[in-house]
Design a protein around this ligand. Structure first.
Ligand code: F0G
Length: 462
């Protein structure tokens, strides 16, 4: 056996077979997948993966996740469940870079919205679905702010290997995402409460009913998400950038990125690890509060767990709920917090919070310069801009912002922003502190009259 599941804290020695279905260790705490690398045939250089570009008819080589399968070697090829995920693009965006304050050639956008279900979640779900198949799961479930549920539902519907149950908070999910779970035929359970409630309940009920859990407490999910970083490296001719900037919600992505870079370094496949910036929405900022304000650190595997407990205790006593227009990251109890702290240590990371105003402005800028994204993804560009203003990112750095979800996931947010007239902001936006629209592009009403339309177009043409 080359792969096993182990406790994330280095001083806890619990270790389990990959065939076990677990979302925590016996003594509690997160698990991760670990490998005996000396028993795996790992390429000597990342460039060796390029041979697979010429072999697109093999679904495993076509997949943007599994073409790197030697770097997540927990499953035999015959068990892998793939739907062509990971055909994503790293786009150099000088125009967006100007907005952030970068020199030309300094800003890249990694479009994970191009995945089959429209978000980065497919990178992880292909891995979790593979493990579900390895253990013969018949029903799989997750709690979600929308994208995880869409992703699990599409893997269930396309593979036909398992049925899917998704738990979502009531009124907390963008319609694009809800429509996917419904259309893919998942049993969709709307819990009275928010994502944090839905995740707590799904973790309680799954073991009772023997359902396979696909939230990122499932360590196999993060194995798939590591490949986002491999593709970023691939897009940069295998040269690590200076910065990776990613929105932080449940903190699975940032955790996976840290693990990817730690392993690549350990394997001698890169010589330098990029710095990591994790960006919270200021209405859902547990990581920012703990890491930046209170100085909580991974501390070589001995984080101050009591400080985290105290933070949550106060949060509950004050009945504080996460609240941001970036509904994907409206999360106050990030389940991968400890793994993220480790990633921040690995990558000499920083954490920032940004307002909904900054998120929506950045999102509009991304749309105007490229493929577009959903609000949560805008947090990465807004965060990069903030770090530039603070002088932490230099104009000459090379920065990759991860755009986690497709623009069409949340059209209400986009149309609400662009339709705002000066002085009449949509009340939902105003309630979240979005008081002005910098990059609005309002639809222009015109009579059903050729002369008036020509008039309008002449003005447009200048
Ligand atoms: N961006 C998008 C579009 C997301 O859907 C999520 C998380 C994140 C960022 C945050 O990523 O959790 O790895 O820190 N969405 C989850 C869901 C929670 O249920 O779809 P993270």
């Amino acid at each position: 056996m080359t792969a096993f599941q182990r406790h994330i804290l280095p001083h806890v020695t619990s270790r389990y077979d990959v065939q076990e279905v677990r979302t925590s260790a016996d003594e509690g705490g997160l698990l991760e997948v670990d490998y005996e690398w000396d028993r795996v045939r790992v390429p000597r250089s990342l460039r060796e993966f390029e041979a697979r570009w010429a072999n697109r008819r093999n679904p495993l080589d076509y997949s943007g996740v599994w073409r790197f399968r030697e770097l997540l070697p927990f499953a035999p090829d015959s068990q892998i469940v793939t739907i062509g995920e990971g055909q994503t693009v790293l786009q150099r965006s000088d125009e967006c870079g100007k907005y952030v304050g970068m020199n030309a050639g300094g800003l890249y956008l990694q479009y994970e919205g191009m995945n089959p279900s429209g978000s980065f979640k497919d990178n992880g779900m292909t891995a979790a679905s593979t493990h579900a198949r390895m253990v013969g799961a018949k029903i799989a479930a997750c709690a979600s702010t929308g994208n995880t549920s869409a992703s699990l539902a599409i893997y269930g519907s396309t593979s036909g290997l398992f049925r899917v149950v998704v738990f979502v908070g009531s009124g907390k999910i963008a319609f694009g995402k809800l429509s996917q779970a419904l259309d893919y035929g998942a049993l969709t359970v709307q819990i009275e409460g928010d994502f944090d409630d839905a995740l707590a309940r799904v973790r309680e009920v799954c073991p009772e009913v023997g359902i396979y859990l696909c939230n990122s407490v499932n360590p196999f999910r993060l194995e798939g998400q590591k490949t986002i970083m491999y593709r970023v490296l691939e897009g940069l001719d295998w040269q690590p950038p200076d910065w990776i900037v990613v929105p932080g919600g449940n903190l699975g992505n940032s955790s996976a990125f840290g693990k990817a870079f730690a392993e690549l370094k350990q394997l001698g496949l890169i010589d330098r690890i990029p710095r990591l910036a994790v960006i919270n929405a200021d209405g859902a900022n547990t990581l920012y509060q703990l890491y930046d304000r209170q100085g909580l650190r991974w501390n070589g595997g001995k984080p101050d767990i009591a400080a985290i407990d105290r933070f949550y205790h106060v949060m509950d006593a004050e009945k504080r709920k996460a609240d941001t227009l970036a509904s994907a990251i409206q999360i106050n109890r990030p389940v991968s917090l400890l793994k993220c702290l480790r990633a921040l240590e690995t990558c000499d990371g920083v954490v920032r919070e940004v307002s909904d105003q900054a998120i929506l402005d950045a999102k509009a800028k991304v749309g105007a310069c490229g493929f577009g994204c959903e609000p949560a993804s805008g947090a990465s560009v807004a965060g990069a801009k903030l770090l530039r203003e603070q002088g932490i990112i230099a104009p000459s750095d090379r920065v990759v912002c991860i755009l986690t979800g497709h623009q069409l996931k949340d059209p209400d947010a986009t149309v609400g922003y662009h339709s705002a007239k000066p002085g009449s902001i949509d009340p939902k936006l105003a309630a979240h502190g979005v008081m002005k629209v910098q990059f609005g592009n309002r639809p222009v009403p015109v009579a059903n009259n050729v002369d008036q339309i020509i008039d309008l177009l002449r003005k447009f043409a200048g």
